[in-house]
Design a protein around this ligand. Structure first.
Ligand code: S3P
Length: 444
C-alpha cells in the first residue's frame, strides 16, 4: 500500500442563526502534540502527556512512533504515557502511513534519519502531492539515505551515519527546521539552522524541556539555531496548550456574527502563532486576552471576542509565518470587513493541504465575494456577503472550516461538499461550534 484510503465523504451546510454565545475548551495544539509524541519516542525514559490532540494527523504520528519501538499507552482522554527508545528506532516492518499530515511525515523523516531507523513513509492523495525535497535535501546533506521519486511520497529512509550541517532554510518552514534539528540529535558535530524569518519555535522550546542543549540567537527578522550532536533526551511531562489555529475559526465566527460574545479558553499565546489575532485587532476586532499561565513551556491565555465592525487591511508578507495556517479564515474576515483588503506574499499557501491560495479564492468567489489573485497576493472586496455557494473543500480541513464560518454570517447558507477531513486537526469542530449556537447541519 502506498496511499491512505480516503474516509467517507460528508456534506455540511451552515447558515446564520442566533448570536454565538458561550465558551470553547480549545483543543490541544496540533504542532505541540506531534512534537510531544516524537520527542517522547526519541527520549530515554517516560514522557507523560496530557491534553494531546486526538485528531487523525496526531494519531498517525502516534502509530508511527509505536512501530519504531516507542511504547505508547493511553490512560484517558488526551492522556498518554510514552516509553522512549533512548534515541534508537528499530526498523519499521510495516509502512508508516501519515494520512494527511505534513507535520507528521516531515518531522518524522528527520527523527527517523537521526535515530538510525528504517522505514517507508506514505500518505493520502493530498500529502502525496506535497513537496518533500525541502526535507530530504538537507537530510541527505547530513548523510541520510532517503529514496523518493520526484521528491514526493513515498519516501524510504535507510540507516546511515549523520554529521551536522550549516543550513539556511530556503523557505520559511518550521517543519523543515524541525526535521533538521531532530536529525541533528543523532548526528555527530554541530548543526546550525539559519532562518531569515522566525517560524514557530515549539521544537526548540520542547527540546529544552527534554534536557537538550540548544542555542537560539536572534538574527534580524530571523534566528540562528545551534545544536551539538549526538544528544540523548530525557523524558518529561508535557501538558499540551490549546491550539490558536483551531481557535481561529470560532474567533472569526464571533467577530462577524452580530451580537456574538465568545470566550476561547486556554489558547497558546506564543507570538510565532498568534499573528491572526494581532491582524484582527488592527482591523478593529475586540479581543480581550486574560493570561492563564503556562503549559509545556508556552504561555497561554483566555480570549474574549465580541462582534466587531472590521476594516480592510493591507497585510505585509513578513508576518506570514505567524499566521500561515490562518489565511483562509482571515480571508473570510476580510470578506465581511469594510473596504478592499490585500493579503501579500502567499506563495507558500500553494504547498499546503490543497493549493490553499486557489482554494481560498474559490471559496470567496462561490459566495459572491469579489476577489482576485494578483501574483502571490489575494485581494478581497469586503462588505456584506451573499453566500449561497457550494464550496469544494479539496481535502483541506482549513478550507472546510473557513467556509462553514462564512455561512454563519452570510445572507444565504453555505454548503461544503465534504467535511470528513476536519477530523485531521479538529474532530470536535462541529460540536464546539453548535454548542456556541452555530447553525451547522451535517449530512452523512
Ligand atoms: C507546522 C508548520 C507549518 C504549518 C503546519 C504545522 C509545524 O508548516 O503550516 O500546519 O507544526 O511545524 P510549514 O512550517 O511548512 O510552513
Amino acid at each position: 500500500m502506498t496511499r491512505t484510503p480516503q474516509p467517507a465523504r460528508r456534506e455540511a451546510v451552515s447558515r446564520p442563526g442566533k448570536p454565538l454565545q458561550g465558551y470553547v475548551n480549545t483543543p490541544g495544539d496540533k504542532s505541540v502534540s506531534h512534537r510531544a509524541l516524537i520527542l517522547g519516542a526519541l527520549a530515554q525514559g517516560q514522557t507523560r502527556i496530557t491534553g494531546l490532540l486526538e485528531s487523525d494527523d496526531v494519531l498517525a504520528t502516534l502509530h508511527a512512533v509505536s512501530r519504531l519501538g516507542a511504547r505508547v499507552e493511553r490512560q484517558g482522554g488526551g492522556q498518554y504515557v510514552v516509553q522512549g527508545t533512548g534515541g534508537r528506532f528499530r526498523p519499521a516492518t510495516d509502512t508508516l502511513d501519515f494520512g494527511n499530515s505534513g507535520t507528521g511525515v516531515r518531522l518524522m523523516m528527520g527523527a527517523i534519519a537521526g535515530a538510525g531507523g528504517q522505514a517507508l513513509l506514505v500518505g493520502d492523495d493530498s500529502l502525496s502531492s506535497r513537496p518533500m525535497g525541502r526535507v530530504t535535501i538537507p537530510l541527505e546533506q547530513m548523510g541520510a539515505q532517503c529514496r523518493a521519486t520526484e521528491a514526493r511520497l513515498p519516501v524510504e529512509i535507510q540507516p546511515a551515519p549523520l554529521t551536522g550541517i550549516d543550513y539556511r532554510l530556503p523557505v520559511a518552514s518550521a517543519q523543515v527546521k524541525s526535521a533538521i534539528l531532530l536529525a541533528a540529535l543523532g548526528a555527530s558535530g554541530e548543526t546550525i539552522v539559519r532562518e531569515d524569518r522566525a517560524t514557530r519555535d515549539h521544537t526548540e522550546t520542547m527540546l529544552r524541556l527534554f534536557g537538550s542543549d540548544i542555542s537560539v540567537e536572534a538574527d534580524g527578522e530571523g534566528r540562528i539555531i545551534r545544536l551539538n550532536g549526538p544528544q540523548i533526551l530525557t523524558g518529561c511531562q508535557i501538558d499540551v496548550p490549546g491550539d490558536p489555529s483551531s481557535a481561529a475559526f470560532a474567533a472569526v465566527a464571533a467577530l462577524i456574527t452580530p451580537g456574538a460574545d465568545v470566550t476561547l479558553k486556554q489558547v497558546m499565546t506564543n507570538p510565532s502563532r498568534t499573528g491572526l489575532y494581532r491582524v484582527l485587532e488592527r482591523m478593529g476586532a475586540s479581543i480581550a486576552v486574560t493570561p492563564a499561565g503556562e503549559a509545556a513551556g508556552e504561555s497561554i491565555g483566555n480570549f474574549g471576542l465580541r462582534y466587531s465592525a472590521l476594516n480592510a487591511i493591507d497585510l505585509e508578507p513578513d508576518i506570514a509565518p505567524s499566521l500561515i495556517d490562518e489565511y483562509p479564515v482571515l480571508a473570510v474576515a476580510c470578506a465581511f470587513a469594510r473596504g478592499t483588503s490585500r493579503l501579500r506574499g502567499l506563495a507558500e499557501l500553494r504547498a499546503k493541504e490543497s493549493d490553499r491560495l486557489a482554494a481560498t479564492h474559490a471559496l470567496l468567489a462561490a459566495n459572491g465575494v469579489e476577489a482576485y489573485i494578483e501574483g502571490d497576493d489575494l485581494v478581497i472586496e469586503g462588505g456584506t456577503v451573499r453566500g449561497g455557494g457550494s464550496v469544494r473543500s479539496l481535502g483541506d480541513h482549513r478550507i472546510a472550516m473557513s467556509a462553514l464560518v462564512m455561512g454563519l454570517a452570510a445572507r444565504e447558507a453555505v454548503t461544503v461538499d465534504d467535511i470528513s477531513m476536519i477530523a485531521t486537526s479538529y474532530p470536535a469542530f462541529i460540536d464546539d461550534m453548535t454548542a456556541l449556537g452555530a447553525m451547522i447541519r451535517v449530512h452523512p
